[in-house]
Ligand binder design. Structure first.
Ligand code: FES
Length: 142
C-alpha cells in the first residue's frame, strides 16, 4: 500500500532533528489524528534555504513527508519553497494512500508556517504567503 520511496523515507528519514537559532520554525498539527510536525529552516542573506530539519510526532507517512519536504526545500529560494505543495511532496514520494493525504498537507503547512516565522523575524513580506491558519498552541487550548 505504500510506495518504496515512502517506506525508504520512513525507515531512513533525512534531515531529522533541530536547527539551533533557525531562521524560521513552523509547528503545525492535525486535530483529528493528533499528529504534530515542526520544521526548522536556515535561510541565508540571499533568501536561500541552506538547511532544513524536522521533528515529527506522528504516523509513518507524516515522517516520510517531513523527510521528503525538507529534502525538496533545501537549496531553494523562499519563493521556490512556496511551490513545494503537498501535491509536490506526494509526487516525489510516488503517491500516498487517500487516507494519508492529510499527512502530506501537514508538511506543506509546516513549511509555510516556518517561512511565515522567518518573514516575521526579518520584518518582510513574502509574496503569496498567507498567515498560517492555526497555530498549534491555539489548537491545544480549544
Ligand atoms: Fe495524521 Fe498521518 S495520520 S499525520
Amino acid at each position: 500500500m505504500y510506495s518504496e520511496k515512502v517506506m525508504d523515507h520512513f525507515q531512513n528519514p533525512r534531515n531529522m532533528g533541530e536547527i539551533e537559532d533557525a531562521s524560521g520554525v513552523g509547528t503545525v498539527g492535525n486535530a483529528k489524528c493528533g499528529d504534530i510536525m515542526r520544521i526548522f529552516l536556515d535561510i541565508d542573506e540571499d533568501g536561500i534555504i541552506r538547511e532544513a530539519r524536522f521533528k515529527t510526532f506522528g504516523c509513518g507517512a507524516a515522517v516520510a513527508t517531513s523527510s521528503m519536504a525538507t529534502e525538496l526545500v533545501k537549496g531553494k529560494t523562499v519563493q521556490e519553497a512556496l511551490q513545494v505543495t503537498n501535491k509536490a511532496v506526494m509526487e516525489a514520494l510516488d503517491g500516498l494512500p487517500p487516507a494519508k493525504v492529510h499527512c502530506s498537507l501537514l508538511a506543506e503547512e509546516a513549511i509555510h508556517a516556518a517561512l511565515w516565522d522567518y518573514a516575521q523575524k526579518q520584518g518582510i513580506a513574502i509574496q503569496g504567503l498567507e498567515k498560517p491558519k492555526a497555530d498549534i498552541h491555539d489548537e491545544d487550548s480549544e
